[in-house]
Design a protein around this ligand. Structure first.
Ligand code: TMP
Length: 212
């Protein structure tokens, strides 16, 4: 059974930890799993990632930013995600088109209809089966960035206003889309892992019943 799972959230929301934990859980359940992150995951995508995140990239327009994220995504869908799903692998992707809706749409203020069209075009309509949104506040983002004491990349330079708009859009998506699951990102890593696993296990059980 093909399973396409995505993770979304503000920067430092704990996505990558949960992606690894879900990967282990799925493997222990006997599933073949492919883990990916956006932007990147293909040779072209990794080059684009560098352009997008490098603080040395100056003067990128909002439109160019949308097209670059979407170009990376188009490569990933065509060459990696679709082939893996066709083989029946489970695919976990750290960010997907909802990031463009939230960051470029709400964060940068690009009209929703343009974002919707570009997202659909880049993915050929491929939509995740489930999307876990790890919810933390903009203040928590700043606290974690400070604690991590790593150099901020180009996309992490937004302030509370920017992150506030991005978060509101994610919460809006959660109301619009049944696939969206809002997870309180301030709980312990173990509690979050357990909650996510409960959802995924239920999906796998449902699927098994549907096919037997
Ligand atoms: P990461 O920190 O999860 O690796 O994501 C890279 C950054 O790129 C993060 O700040 C979110 C941002 N981003 C967008 O603005 N739009 C997108 O479509 C994607 C995939 C990421």
């Amino acid at each position: 059974m093909a399973l396409f799972i995505t993770f979304e959230g503000l920067d430092h929301s704990g996505k990558s930890t949960q992606v690894r934990r879900l990967e282990s859980r799925l493997q222990r359940a006997g599933r073949s799993v492919l883990v990916l992150r956006e932007p990147g995951g293909t040779p072209v995508g990794e080059t684009i990632r560098h352009i997008l995140l490098d603080k040395g990239t100056h003067g990128l327009t909002d439109a160019a930013e949308v097209f670059l994220f979407s170009a990376s995504r188009a490569q990933l869908v065509e060459y990696v995600i679709r082939p893996a799903l066709e083989k029946g692998q489970a695919v976990i992707c750290d960010r997907f088109f909802d990031s463009t809706t939230a960051y470029q749409g709400a964060g940068r203020g690009i009209p929703a209809d343009i974002i919707r069209t570009v997202n659909r075009w880049a993915t050929g309509g491929l939509t995740p089966h489930v999307t876990f949104f790890l919810d933390i506040s903009p203040a928590e983002v700043q606290r974690r960035m400070h604690a991590a004491a790593t150099r901020r990349d180009r996309m992490e330079s937004g302030g509370d206003d920017f992150y506030g708009r991005v978060r509101e859009r994610y919460l809006g998506l959660a109301k619009e889309e049944a696939r969206f699951k809002v997870i309180d990102g301030t709980r312990t890593v173990e509690a979050i892992e357990q909650e996510i696993w409960k959802h995924v296990e239920a999906m796998m059980t449902e699927e098994k019943h549907a096919t037997t």
